[in-house]
Design a protein around this ligand. Structure first.
Ligand SMILES: N[C@@H](CCC(=O)N[C@@H](CS)C(=O)NCC(=O)O)C(=O)O
Length: 243
């Protein structure tokens, strides 16, 4: 392993709500690697960001400073770079287990895509398709977690890379439940236990700012659609009647 030099300053180019950024932030925190985080406005991408991000997406990890810096894009690529260059392994040592966990990171990505389809759904049919997709993925995940010999983490007793990849997924469900009364993960006890442990982990808590729930609510309302309407209706139902 080429050790990452702690003199190579790391900068994580971020967005306050981006779940893919959170994967990298959690991995960096678990590895106790210092880094600077810069949030950008994805609705108005700065030129310097477009120059270093070929896909125009966060996260980007900038290694080094100024002209001598190198930009790495795509969250899974960033995770693998960190794994190869910093202490505290998050991937399993065995190649077979490593391959399986890479597959589960992709399941996390599929879940994020289904979540995006859910909050982007303009009509009930699209909304139902998205909840079906989430339900199918959750069923597979529940099965996998139940078949584990030991927990509390995905791979057993040590916090690992699938934990870092899934923690940002569950943040959405926290908001769906609180803000819309939408409970999509009920009936999955192993997911519930894992989700609760992840929610208490310091690296996970610190991957977003304190105003994250408020920002996410604003974002979801701004998308309009079926979920936005549910949030509005739920807020009205929750508000005490004014005498
Ligand atoms: N496959 C990418 C996905 C990253 C991604 O979708 N980032 C979103 C924000 S969470 C983004 O930058 N969207 C801006 C855009 O697509 O214009 C990864 O894993 O890093």
């Amino acid at each position: 392993m080429t050790q990452h030099s702690f003199h190579d300053r790391l900068t994580l180019i971020s967005h306050p709500l981006c779940p893919y950024v959170q994967r990298a932030a959690i991995a960096l925190a678990e590895k106790q690697v210092p880094f600077q985080r810069i949030d950008i406005d994805l609705g108005n991408k700065p030129d310097w960001f477009l120059a270093i991000s070929p896909l125009g997406k966060t996260p980007v990890l900038q290694v080094g400073q100024g002209r001598r810096s190198t930009a790495i894009f795509e969250s899974t690529v960033i995770l693998e770079y960190l794994e190869e260059t910093t202490p505290v392994p998050l991937y399993p040592a065995d190649p077979l287990h490593r391959a399986v966990e890479r597959g589960w990171i992709e399941i996390g990505t599929s879940m994020l895509n289904a979540i995006a389809a859910l909050y982007g759904a303009a009509d009930r049919a699209a909304f139902d398709r998205a909840t079906d997709a989430i339900g199918q993925l959750a069923a597979r995940l529940e099965e996998r977690l139940q078949s584990r010999q030991i927990g509390p983490w995905f791979g057993g007793g040590t916090f690992g890379i699938v934990d870092a990849a899934f923690a940002p997924v569950f943040r959405y469900f926290d908001s769906f439940e609180t803000e819309a009364g939408l409970r999509l993960l009920d009936g999955h006890p192993a997911i519930a236990a894992w989700r609760s442990d992840l929610g208490q982990r310091t690296s996970v808590r610190q991957a977003v700012a304190a105003d994250y729930p408020h920002r996410l609510k604003r974002f979801l309302l701004g998308r309009g659609g079926v979920l936005g309407a549910m949030i509005t209706a739920h807020g009205g139902a929750q508000r005490p009647a004014v005498a």
